[in-house]
Design a protein around this ligand. Structure first.
Ligand code: ATP
Length: 350
């Protein structure tokens, strides 16, 4: 549906995208994920036609659109613009794109009613002023305004970043459901890894204008191709050389020339008195801290010369998993779940 072929974008002397290659399939929810300044907005704006690449080609549905203006790009591409018009009411805002296409008023009315119902805006809300709506409702108006044009491609740049955490979670689900229901090919830009993991069919993780890894959320999370991807997606422990040695003493077989990471939820822990065992290599540790988080608790456990963070879901009614500072515990680390990377520059011990 969409392809970036060798796209380079320069701003003066600065190269924001050096030779980007990317393909996005029809109907897919595709996310460009990365830290601030990595070039994800530039990639999206190049696709929309607001940025002209220095070299390379953009194709949409097989057609070269590199030199086309934004309104001439194939597939009814809509770039979501969140700035609603404050002088218009909700209905007028939603109708705006269709009204400029000289749609008959009866059709306009029914299309607005239909799309408003689909994004859960009530009929009463349609007559309100934009300023009378909450941030979340305004967001739904913005989405309805895009969807009413029945686009086949929707481009979204950090659409949820200004909202509070709870609302952001709700709208993630709503947006994903709407996308699936309408089957719209969606290109989504975010720096939020939870958002990317929970919404996307596929993700490209970007760093300094380049794609570090490209794949499904599961592939990226469980099999991160680089240290950057590994640490950017969620909470991990880097194992110290001493910890690697302790694991190897118990038969883990980790390559000591590489760096090793374990995600906080992949470490299994058994407290004093427990006889249960798990897959992987056991090491002993001492609980140093516990942070209560409601559904989960995070523990800092001293193993060898440093701390490992471990997360537990609080679903246990037998008092297990409620270890206190000072408790001796047994940790199980499965070498197959350890992510290992060869350092780019060898660290030399002097
Ligand atoms: P953010 O999440 O902070 O918006 P981003 O990953 O979307 O970041 P871009 O906005 O694509 O990043 O910017 C990529 C790089 O290009 C940044 O270093 C930025 O400073 C630079 N840049 C972006 N637009 C311009 C411009 N018009 N002129 C010069 N440099 C620019």
């Amino acid at each position: 549906m969409i392809s970036f072929d060798d796209i380079t974008v320069r701003y003066g002397d600065f190269t924001a995208l050096p030779k980007l290659d990317l393909t996005i399939e029809e109907g897919e929810f595709f996310t460009l994920l990365g830290p601030s300044g990595c070039g994800k907005s530039t990639a999206l704006r190049t696709l929309a036609g607001f940025v002209t690449p220095t070299s390379g080609r953009i194709r949409v549905a097989g057609k070269d659109v590199t030199r086309s203006t934004p309104d001439k790009r194939g597939g009814g591409m809509v770039f979501q613009n969140y700035a609603l018009f404050p002088s218009m009411n909700v209905r007028e805002n939603i109708a705006f794109g269709l009204a400029t296409r000289r749609t008959p008023s009866a059709e306009l009315r029914s299309r607005v009613d239909e799309i408003a119902a689909q994004v859960n805006l009530s009929p009463e809300q349609l007559d309100k002023n934009i300023s009378e709506l909450s941030g979340g409702q305004q967001q739904r108006v913005a989405i309805a305004r895009a969807l009413i044009l029945r686009p086949s491609i929707l481009l979204l740049d950090e659409p949820l970043s200004n909202l509070d955490a709870k609302l952001r979670q709700q709208l993630r689900i709503q947006l994903k459901d709407l996308q699936a229901q309408f089957g719209i090919t969606t290109v989504y830009v975010t720096h939020d890894q939870d958002e990317a993991l929970s919404m996307s069919d596929r993700i490209a993780v970007m760093n300094h204008g380049r794609i570090e890894q490209f794949g499904t959320p599961e592939e990226l999370y469980d099999d991160s191709a680089s240290e950057f991807v590994c640490t950017f997606l969620g909470d991990v422990n880097r194992l110290s050389p001493r910890q690697v040695q302790l694991l190897n003493d118990s038969g883990a077989g980790l390559d000591t020339t590489r760096r090793h990471y374990i995600r906080v939820e992949k470490v299994r822990v058994e407290g004093p008195g427990s006889t249960a065992t798990h897959r992987g290599v056991p090491v002993t540790g001492t609980v140093r801290k516990r942070r209560y988080e409601g559904a989960t608790s995070t523990f800092e456990i001293e193993v060898g010369d440093s701390l490992l963070r471990v997360i537990r879901i609080m679903n246990d009614d037998r008092g297990q998993g409620m270890w206190s500072p000072g408790d001796e515990v047994r940790l199980y680390i499965d070498p197959q779940k350890v992510l290992s990377y060869t350092p780019a520059v060898q660290e030399v011990a002097v």
